[in-house]
Design a protein around this ligand. Sequence first.
Ligand SMILES: [Zn+2]
Length: 447
Amino acid sequence: MLLLLLGCTTEEPVAAPPDVLIVILDTVRRDRISAYGHGRKTTPQLDAVSEVGLTFTRAIAPSPWTYPSHATLFSGLEPWEHGGGSGGVDKSGRLAAPAEGVPWLAEKMRSAGYATRLAYANGWLELGLDVGFEETFHGGDHEVLAWVESELIEPDDRPQLLVVNLLAAHAPYGAYPVPWLSDDVRAGQLPGWAAPLAMEHGAGINTNALVDGVRFDERVNTGQTHLDPEQIGLIGSLYDAGVTAADRGLNRVLTAWNAAGHGDGIVVITSDHGEFLGEEGLLDHSFSTRPPVIDVPLVVAWPGSIEAGRSDAPAGLAQVAPTLLRLTGIDPEAPGGLPGLGGAVEPQIAYSAETLDPSGIQHHYSQPMWRVRSRDRLLEQGGFGTRLYDAETDPGLTRDLAHVEPETVARLEALLPDAPPVEGRSIELDAQKRAQLQALGYMDGAP
Ligand SMILES: [Zn+2]
């Protein structure tokens, strides 16, 4: 099929390279998506694409926060290979941007004649991750969607790469109109415990809000506040509403994409990380590589060229860029693609630069942590030592098998990279940028 598309013989008509759409539903964890079995119908649009595409059921993000994960998705390099985000943001407001020489997907596609556009709601992306895009737009979800719709009306004969990042599922959790939220919650009437978390604008809750001078999520994550089932229920319901809002955004993007005549192109839908919703007594993301923050959706659809189905092979976001280079014919031999789309089925490694231990959660970014996922086992390694879990029968990761299966530990440890991590380029965040990221709940501890 690929050979035919590339027109490798003089007799065959040369088909145009396929258009490519990548939609990142920021902070959407896999198990809250109806296509992956969630009890609420949160994602009718993603479900529809999943029906016609290849749905990866065990995809993991390479990091539990936005910056390294997007750098990986956009480059095909793992976090320790591009260096972006390592060390978080230091006390003086400096961030490690990806190192020089990163092979950006957008840059390669642009060189191959693609029109390359990036529209994003998450402000981390403008800090050195927009390389190779000839047009970029940053705004809230509504502005991003309006921009995408207006851009797609403009005729352009070139093959298209469009990347869209939507933030609706990210905290603060807006009370979007969905059947499972009560009228009271949708009207902004919250139970007493949640009243201090009321959003300034609109209904919903902000788990980053200060309660008696300390952020609510920090109180939870350091064990000062224990969530009861009612609290976990409300937070989860609001989060699910955000997932649905993101899915409605996806619907708008796809509607505009198809209307512009790109419906026969390649569509990739994924997320950069998930979110803790009370599991292990935790909220938010970025300090652990446990399943709630690492397990992400991944669907690749290309009508007529990729067979619909589900793949339970371990898959990672670093495999997306080489897959697209192969499918577009830009680099038909690009190594490291997704299983079933040109890549080998290999265990995947996820990396977190933060600590797993909730008691040490204030020491953000202090303990590197590794995670290797094979088909049925998961190895975690960090300041706490080495742990091995049966990821299939023990999804909550409660029973450490490291001493029971030392040979599996050795096999998975051998997959950890032995080269030292690449150091990123240090860049300074200005005051406006820091304030913007602080509003998203990041930057705590930085001046
Ligand atoms: Zn994110």
